[in-house]
Write a protein that binds this ligand. Structure first.
Ligand code: 6GU
Length: 213
């Protein structure tokens, strides 16, 4: 899966994409990330990418031309990619959306809006708009990372060992099924690990875990 990210802040992705699980996913070759600097598609000598809104109002909007040209540039490398726009006006991004994106195995192009918004015509080049929750963020970079992380970990082979992505944490959209866990020491400042977990009694442990989800 090729994942291209169009952003005015390419550097914020470096740390995230080159660490831990996301780095491993690249290393084993199941995913390939490319960060595209929107500024390179800017207009004129100052590579302008934003402009005030028609009709007046505060702030600057991402202009349609640089963004559409960046999307077209990305599409050349990834003809059937799904183009994703993170926006608070999008549909709720939930676990089932992550599962669909991972299983469709389409390449992804994620465009990150910044500032106070974007020219609405950009959405004609977008396949799906997602909101990651009921609050407002300053840009699409953090939502883009949320989407990437949640999709890539579901690609077979990315989570190692016996740990299947299917089994842990979130099976349905909103219900955590993970039980509490403990490691050494058995007691810390008077707080003890539940006795049953030290018992070696697998059936009892399983029962306790089911009960404590
Ligand atoms: Cl996708 N973008 C922004 N700017 N704010 C959000 C969001 C997205 N999802 C929730 N809040």
């Amino acid at each position: 899966m090729k994942v291209q990210i169009i952003t005015l802040f390419p550097e914020v992705f470096e740390e995230v994409l080159n660490n831990s699980m996301l780095w491993k996913a690249q290393d084993i070759g199941v995913v390939n990330f490319e960060v595209i600097n929107l500024r390179e598609f800017g207009i004129g000598p100052r590579n302008q990418v934003d402009d005030p809104p028609y009709g007046g109002g505060d702030g600057m909007l991402i202009m349609v031309k640089p963004m559409v040209e960046a999307i077209e540039f990305a599409k050349k490398k990834s003809k059937n990619a799904k183009v994703i726009l993170p926006t608070p006006r999008g549909k709720n991004y939930v676990q089932s959306e992550a599962k669909n994106l991972a299983s469709e195995n389409n390449d992804l192009i994620i465009v990150c809006p910044r500032y106070e918004g974007y020219d609405e015509r950009i959405t004609d080049w977008v396949d799906v708009q997602y909101s990651i929750g009921n609050y407002v963020l300053t840009g699409g970079e953090i939502p883009a990372m949320v989407i990437i992380d949640s999709v890539v970990r579901l690609i077979p082979g990315v989570l190692g060992g016996e740990e299947s992505a299917e089994k842990e944490s979130f099976q349905s959209d909103d219900k955590s099924i993970e039980h509490p866990q403990y490691t050494r020491p058995e007691e810390f400042r008077g707080k003890k690990v539940p006795e049953v977990l030290l018992s070696g009694h697998h059936a009892e442990i399983e029962k306790w875990r089911m009960k404590n989800q």
